[in-house]
Design a protein around this ligand. Sequence first.
Ligand code: LMR
Length: 396
Amino acid sequence: MFSILKPLPTDPILGLMAAYRQDTNPNKIDLGVGVFKDESGHTPVLKSVKKAEAFRLENETSKSYIGLAGDLGFCNKMEIQLLGEHKALLANRVRTAQTPGGTGALRVAAEFIVRCNPNATVWVTTPTWANHISLFEAAGLTVKEYPYYDYENKGLLFDEMITALKQVPKGDVVLLHACCHNPSGMDLNIEQWKIVAELAVEVGFTPLVDIAYQGFGTGLDDDAAGLRLLAEYVDELIICSSCSKNFGLYRERIGACSIVSSDAKVADVANSVLLSVVRSIYSMPPAHGAAIVDTILGSTELTALWHQELAEMRDRINGLRTLIVDSLNAQGIDQDFSFIKHQFGMFSFLGINKEQIDRLQKEYGIYMVGSSRVNVAGVSHANIDYFSKAVASVLK
Ligand code: LMR
């Protein structure tokens, strides 16, 4: 049976991780997979996480199953972190399932959409995180794209986006990145979110908001402002969130899928479907990551520490954006890279071609995704000179 299988190419992002690890170049730089790195290139365990883990080790009393929705304390705290004191929460219209990472949340959402409308198309930004397309298609949904990033002017194709969204059939789903757009770093401003929210009501599409980087852009509340505004307008909304980046819990695989319904009764029905989806995929989520987040968000002291650590990560990323632009400018390069300063989160497109990307990898051990997406957190004060000289040399 297996002999009919054909080999598949490695994942464009995860394949890079493996290639980087094998590279023996002592100067190599990993700008591929989206993980935060400190000045020494290390992805640290946050102090708030360590403290929460110590508490858990001391206080955990059972390894029995935690249930389909996972840790309910975690789910409630995530809802508040995502929506604030939102009317949807006050009206008991939100139901959340803890999921294995943000990707797990998206897959659960995809299966949930199939149960609502198997013929729905999911509309994603051009470009989007490559795995968005694979995972919706794997659930049997059709995926179509709408214009988003302006490669030429390094901004948004907002008018084109709105024109395209006006044509989306009622009952389809439109995926929006809440903040720190992956892969472009280009976000909607709040006026643009308002236009999209009004359009969702007018056209009748269901928004699915992917929020994987809350706190990495401008702050926990600011990064959720568009999502919260959208939730003021629409009756129904799907939110897929992740604690991989903002809590640094990547390998613990902790995220959430939240369904906002028109009223509490519909929310209960939606919840029963959500939980049935969970049961048919992985039965129940693992406990550890949720317990850490629940412990941190349940403690004033640990929350304050986490906020401080999150701000440090955000400040580092934003500082590196400026450093990259200044350092490339100092090489006397003709191209204007100033757009990198005006984008958010870990990613930006450098805007260089395939041949230049390949040369950076082969000649300099500098790894980035084939689209020229760079994880700015991979740069440091120690390697910035090497990086900008290498970029300057392949641009000549
Ligand atoms: C990324 O875009 O690099 C991250 O979201 C990690 C992943 O799984 O692709």
